[in-house]
Design a protein around this ligand. Structure first.
Ligand code: PLP
Length: 444
């Protein structure tokens, strides 16, 4: 019998050349950047584009303040400092994120304490937070992962009960909503990313948002070498008061981002159309679980993560991770652009396993670190829901516009082809190699 799948030499399902790049760039975007170059003012904390982007973005999400910085990581670092986190303070954050979330805590000598995720939303599981709170806990730092907001009512209630600040990692969540309220104003302070891969791209960039006057002042100081920022026209004091950095962005990136923001809702509508189609069609395939959007929330669909359940197909004699990788590789051969978006819990990364960020074991050995921080062991298998999610999941990349339903239809066709030919997948699964996590000693 002839092979049906591209892994065995059949023709790939998705035609080459159909997939477009992100972001789509219009003449208006180009004109906006050229206008900056013609004006000749390329940077400055009070210049036209940075102030314009701050105002436009604050208005877009309904925040009192927005501060533009040069990355999402910088935004989160400034937000952590704005929330008052300092040496030895503990911040509770999910084991599933980009490591920049935890990095922002360590960057001010804080100690990240991780929780496992909720199986449905893949966000921080609020039921697992309270057991991690100690007298050193200063803040909770949920991540709106993939663009779906964390369970903020429960998180805020816990914060209120224990007198903690809430810092939103909203890097992936521009336009996301929780029970009708916008990401970025759901806690005390938030950090967004404007990296070129993000739904609202500037190339590189980030934004801090808050409704708190003192917090925004501290964030501004962080972005300006630790100096107090004086109003435009006043003489700069050159007097650093706290540890700060040059976190300013440049006018070209800000002008580009402002231009994209003008049509952001339209771009999101197109992205949503693709994801709605995939949600409906992939749910029809036994063993495939598309991501979910709870009623009343708005997902930004920054990342589209699918999970596989071979158990539902009666496949129990190979490890789920081996099955997933076989399907993953087979779909890539069919022409579907896919990636993992991380492959282990953040606490499995070497910096945590070795508990050494700056050398000499800092910040876990610093004068302000508690005995608990000194004794803390980051064990990736303390986060079984996160590990299981990694085992069985991958992201479909091109859900962004200008890709449209034509490409989505081919992607669904590729899934059908693979799941209709599981005999080929099972044979293929015996031959493949794939990365495993440090310390992974299970038989895979
Ligand atoms: C959840 C999360 N947090 C933080 C960041 C950091 O943002 P940036 O890459 O702009 O520094 C990212 C970016 O990928 C992210 O996805």
């Amino acid at each position: 019998m002839s092979a049906k799948l591209a892994i065995n030499g059949a023709k790939p399902t998705v035609p080459g050349g159909l997939q477009k790049r992100w972001p789509p760039i219009t003449q208006d975007d180009i004109d906006a950047v050229v206008a900056v170059l013609k004006r000749g003012i390329l940077w400055g904390p009070m210049e036209e584009e940075v102030i314009g982007l701050q105002d436009d973005f604050a208005k877009y999400i309904g925040a009192k303040h927005a501060l533009v910085v040069n990355s999402g990581t910088a935004a989160l670092h400034a937000a952590v400092v704005a929330a008052g986190v300092g040496p030895g303070d503990e911040v509770i954050t999910p084991a599933y994120s980009f490591w920049a979330t935890a990095q922002a805590i360590i960057a001010h000598n804080g100690i990240p304490v991780f929780t496992d995720i909720d199986v449905d939303s893949m966000n921080m599981d609020p039921a697992k937070i309270e057991e991690k709170i100690t007298e050193k806990t200063k803040a909770l730092m949920p991540v709106h992962v993939h663009g779906l907001c964390a369970d903020m009512d429960t998180i805020n209630a816990l914060a209120k009960k224990h007198d903690l600040k809430v810092i939103e990692d909203a890097a992936q969540a521009v336009g996301g909503k929780y029970k009708g309220r916008n990401a970025g104003v759901l806690g005390d302070v938030a950090g967004f990313s404007l990296n070129g891969s993000k739904n609202l791209p500037a190339g590189e960039g980030g934004i801090v948002t808050t409704n708190d006057d003192e917090m925004i002042d501290r964030a501004r100081q962080m972005a300006m070498f630790g100096e107090k920022v004086v109003p435009k026209g006043e003489i700069r004091l050159y007097d650093a008061q706290i540890m700060g950095f040059n976190y300013r962005n440049n006018e070209m990136a800000d002008a580009f981002c402002r231009s994209v923001l003008k049509r952001y809702d339209h771009l999101q509508d197109l992205r949503r159309k693709n994801c709605d189609y995939l949600n409906t069609e992939l749910a029809k395939i036994k063993g495939v679980r598309p991501p979910e959007e709870p009623e009343g929330d708005v997902h930004t669909w920054h990342l589209y993560k699918v999970r596989l359940y071979p158990e539902q197909l009666g496949i129990t004699d190979i490890h789920v991770k081996r099955f997933r990788w076989a399907v993953h590789k087979a779909l890539i051969e069919e022409g579907v652009d896919m990636f993992e978006w991380h492959n282990m819990p953040v606490p499995a990364q070497s910096i945590f396993m070795q508990k050494n960020a700056y050398g000499k074991g800092e910040p876990w050995t610093g004068a302000h670190a508690s005995q608990q921080a000194r004794d803390m062991i980051y064990d990736p298998f303390d986060y079984p829901v996160t590990v299981d999610m990694f085992d069985r999941s991958f992201c479909i990349n091109p859900v962004y516009p200008p890709n449209d339903l034509k490409l989505m239809e081919y992607i669904v066709e590729a899934f059908h082809k693979v799941f209709d030919n599981l005999d080929e997948i099972l044979e293929f699964s015996k031959t493949i190699t794939f990365p495993t996590m440090p310390g992974e000693n299970r038989k895979i």
